[in-house]
Design a binder for this molecule. Sequence first.
Ligand code: MN
Length: 228
Amino acid sequence: MPDYVIEPPRPVGLPVKGSEALFPVRRVYCIGRNYAAHSIEMGDDPDRDPPFFFQKNPDNLDPSGAFAYPGQSDNVHYEAEMAVLLKQGGTDIPVDKALDHVFGYALALDMTRRDLQEAAKQKGRPWEVGKAFERSAPIGPILPVAEVGHPAKGRLVLTVNGETKQEGDLNQMIWKVPEMIACLSEYFTLAPGDVILSGTPAGVGPVARGDVMELTIEGLGRLRIPVV
Ligand code: MN
């Protein structure tokens, strides 16, 4: 080990169901507009334009079980998503080999300061202030492929205070998990520890302190996240 001039940051580690060992996070990629109904609600045409990606920071992933309402925003939205966690990387990964790179899956929320994101979009500025803020991606325990396989269909529901807000099915993704891995690997060198948030169905909306968000994906369980 070399010496460092300051204490090196610790890797971000996420809990894995059935294991004492953590999953180390390298990068976090998010896919935009991956369910047709959500594209329409955001004012886009839901065709098969190539997918687009943005990033969050590894330490934005938050397994603590709560969402801390951030500053600098009065309009913070939930986006319920399935996270895909990679155990292998590469470039130009073929679609038919892509799933071999997956370690597991998890329930996650792509929390968004929508007011800041919209302002950035209007000015053609980057999205980081809207997307990559502290604790902006609550995530549940990782479920290894050995336990849950590769879910390609399954109902996804997000409730706030017991009221259903988002409803969809994994089979409604415009770009399926193998396709998004293959596409990402054409633009970036993927590596073990990379996390992909796979997009959200329609029904995104705001939360306030005191709300309780609950995400379920058929076959992947439930994630309960109070807004604190
Ligand atoms: Mn999203």
